[in-house]
Structures are given as C-alpha cells and as structure tokens.
Ligand binder design. Structure first.
Ligand code: BEZ
Length: 223
C-alpha cells in the first residue's frame, strides 16, 4: 500500500513533453487577441509557440519586446507568434498596456492566459524542478502541417537569443525547401550540405561535381 502511494505520487509528478516530429497538441485557450483553437490558428503557416514565466518581470519584458520588434520579420517568413504564461487575461492586458506606455512597443501577437496551466502541462513548460507555478522559457517551432520541428527550453533566469530563434526558423524552412541539411553555425547565404550518395554511381558522380567536398559523404553546395 505504502509502495503504491509513492508510485502514484511519482507518476503524478511526471511531465509530458511533446517530441520533435509529434503533431502539436491541440487546445482551446483565451488569449489577448480573443479565444483560440490552436489547431485552427496555426493551420497553413509556421508557428512559434513560446512561454515565459510571468507578466511584469524584467527578463520576460525584454524577450516579449524582442518578439514584438521582429513581428514584421516573422510575418514575412509566414510565421505566427503565440506567447503564453500562467497569468490571467487581465494581467496580460495590463502588462501589454504598461510596456506600450513605457516603450511604445505593442505586443500584437496573441498571449495565452494559461491560468489553469492546461497548455503549460500539455507542452512540458511546467518543470517542477525549476518552478511549480511558472512556465519555463520554452520555444516550439511548428511547421505548416502542424508538426513540431524544433524545441528549445531555457530556465527562468536566462533569456533566449532572438538571433538563434530566427536562424533556427530560416534553417528549418531552408532544409524543407531545398531538401538539404545545414552544418554547424549555418547562417542564411552559407553553403548547405547535400545528402550523402546512396549508390556507388552517385558517389562517382559526386566526385566529378563542383561541390565543396571533404569526402564523398560530406559535400556542400551553394543554394
Ligand atoms: C524575469 O523575467 O525577469 C524572471 C521571471 C521569473 C524568474 C526570474 C526572472
């Protein structure tokens, strides 16, 4: 009996984390732009779903402002931004208003009011070792087919890197469009990696190509 109780507590404390390649879990939520059915909202575009620990906190304010300042960039990349924290809709609205008044920057993207922690739990954003009540800084990149393609998790006290978020998005879109892979530190405009040959004939063909080649299995080309 004692053993069963302990086991149950352990099971309840386990968090679910969606994985790369999974369909993004669907949910209904209230946001700063109105009610949202997530699967409908994200249909046909890339989506970056990101959580922050709390409204009216300094690191979060810098991050949300960073996303807002790059809104046009994400629009041009056919990418929707969706923020989230475990705060009420009233708190979100007051914070949006506060930042607008202080800096002139308006958070136009929806921010989920996840006061019941439903979405945070669904996406493994609530990590009890870090906080029982605040979402960690998670970033989910979701493709137009609704599949999770890249995940980042940061702790409460370390802000994310907007350059890396933008680089990751462009890398995913480039890899899909050209069916290539991207090497270490790849940036837009750099050479890309072509898939290794699958036959001896393809290998010989590759040797005669103008690819930049370390060996037959590691070859790069311009886009
Ligand atoms: C912040 O955004 O500044 C913050 C939020 C929660 C814990 C630590 C820092």
């Amino acid at each position: 009996m004692k053993y069963q109780t302990k086991t149950k507590i352990k099971m309840e404390n386990q968090i679910t984390i969606p994985r790369i390649g999974d369909t993004a879990p669907d949910f209904k939520a209230m946001t700063t732009t109105g009610p949202m059915q997530f699967s409908d909202h994200i249909k046909g575009s890339w989506t970056i779903l990101f959580s922050h620990p709390a409204d009216f906190t300094p690191v979060c304010t810098t991050e949300m402002t960073g996303f807002a300042l790059d809104q046009k960039y994400f629009d041009e990349k056919n990418t929707k931004l969706v923020g989230l924290s475990i705060d009420s809709i009233h708190s979100h609205i007051a914070w949006v208003n506060n930042v607008k008044k202080n800096t002139g920057v308006l958070f136009e993207f929806p921010i989920i009011a996840d006061i019941d922690m439903n979405v945070s739990k669904l996406y493994g954003m609530l990590q009890p070792g870090e906080s029982e009540t605040a979402a960690v800084r998670a970033v989910f990149f979701i493709d137009p087919k609704g599949k999770i393609r890249l995940i980042m998790y940061y702790p409460l006290n370390v802000g994310r890197n907007m350059d890396e978020i933008k680089r990751s998005l462009v890398a995913l879109q480039t890899a899909d469009q050209y069916k290539v892979s991207l090497p270490l530190n790849w940036r837009e405009g750099d050479k890309v990696i072509v898939s290794p040959p699958k036959t001896v004939a393809e290998m010989l063909e590759r040797e005669a190509s103008d690819y930049e080649m370390v060996d037959f299995y590691l070859a790069k080309r311009d886009l």
